[in-house]
Design a protein around this ligand. Structure first.
Ligand code: 6PG
Length: 247
C-alpha cells in the first residue's frame, strides 16, 4: 500500500500555526467521535507546544467529554517535578478544561523502575484500545516535537527504543540527558491516523533541512512514516528558513 505524502506547512507566525492546529483538532476529533464514539490523542512535552495547549484550552466547542488524552513520552520523574511532561500538560491545558480523570492517561512514574513504568503504560494502552496480542493502538492524532539532534518523542539517535517492534512503550536510558524516559514506540506512532510535527524557532532550521531537503534517514524523526495515516510538518518561518522545497 502506498503511503500518503507528507504535507509541509510554513506559518508566518506561531499564532497562525496554533490557529490552524485548533481547526485540525476540531475537524479530526469530531470525525473520530462520529465514527468511533471517542477521540484519542497523544501529546508531546517540551517547550514548543505550550502555546498550543493554552490556545486549545481557550477554544469553545471542542468535545472534551469524548476526548482521551495520552502522552507521547514522559521523563522518569514524579508528576510534581518541573521536568514532568504531565505536569506541563496539566498546568497549560488540562487544569483549564477539567476533563474527567478517566479521560486522561498519563505515564505512571510512580513505579519502582523505568522498565515497570513503560510496562504499565503499555498495559494502559492495551486495556484502553482493547488490543489482542500483537495488536497496535490506533491514535486519531499524535502531536510530536523535534529535537535539534533529530529526536522525536523520546526516540533518540542510537537508542534501543528506535528498533523496538514488539512493544508499544519503551524505556529509554540516556547518558546525555538529565532524566531517563518512557516513550511510545515507532510502530504505535506509525499506526496513527494523523501525525503532526510542530516545530518552531531558528534553532530547528538546520535539522529540518537535514530531515526534509537532505532526507537524512539516520534521524529518528525520519522514521516517522504513518502506514495509512497523514503526516504533517507545521513550522514557523524561522524553523523553515533553510528549506528549499517548501518555500
Ligand atoms: C520531551 C519531548 C521531546 C520534545 C523535543 C522538542 O519530552 O521533551 O516530547 O520529544 O518534543 O525535545 O522539545 P522542545 O519543544 O522543547 O524544543
Amino acid at each position: 500500500m502506498k503511503r500518503n505524502k507528507a504535507e509541509y506547512l510554513v506559518f508566518h507566525s506561531v499564532e497562525s500555526m496554533w490557529k490552524f492546529m485548533g481547526k485540525k483538532w476540531k475537524e479530526i476529533s469530531l470525525a473520530a467521535i462520529r465514527e468511533n464514539g471517542f477521540f484519542s490523542v497523544a501529546l508531546s512535552g517540551g517547550k514548543t507546544p505550550i502555546g498550543l495547549y493554552q490556545y486549545l484550552a481557550s477554544l469553545k466547542g471542542l468535545p472534551w467529554i469524548k476526548t482521551h488524552i495520552f502522552l507521547v513520552d514522559e521523563r522518569f520523574v514524579p508528576a510534581t517535578d518541573t521536568d514532568s511532561n504531565y505536569r506541563m500538560i496539566r498546568e497549560t491545558f488540562l487544569n483549564r478544561i477539567s476533563p474527567a480523570s478517566e479521560n486522561i492517561h498519563p505515564v505512571s512514574t510512580d513505579e519502582p523502575s523505568l522498565q515497570e513504568s513503560a510496562r504499565r503504560y503499555e498495559e494502559e494502552l492495551r486495556a484502553f484500545f482493547e488490543l489482542q496480542p500483537g495488536g497496535l493502538p490506533h491514535f486519531d492524532m499524535i502531536l510530536l516535537g523535534l529535537g535539534e539532534d533529530g529526536h522525536t518523542a523520546s526516540l533518540f539517535p542510537g537508542t534501543k527504543a528506535l528498533k523496538e517492534r514488539n512493544h508499544l512503550a519503551a524505556p529509554v536510558m540516556l547518558e546525555t540527558a538529565l532524566h531517563d524516559r518512557i516513550t511510545l514506540t515507532l510502530p504505535v506512532i506509525n499506526n496513527a491516523g494523523n501525525v503532526f510535527f510542530l516545530v518552531k524557532g531558528a534553532s530547528k532550521a538546520e535539522v529540518l533541512k537535514k530531515l526534509i531537503d537532505e532526507k537524512d534517514r539516520t534521524l529518528p524523526a525520519s522514521m516517522v512514516r504513518p502506514e495509512k495515516g497523514r503526516l504533517f510538518f507545521l513550522m514557523d518561518k524561522e524553523a523553515g528558513s533553510k528549506l528549499k522545497e517548501v518555500q
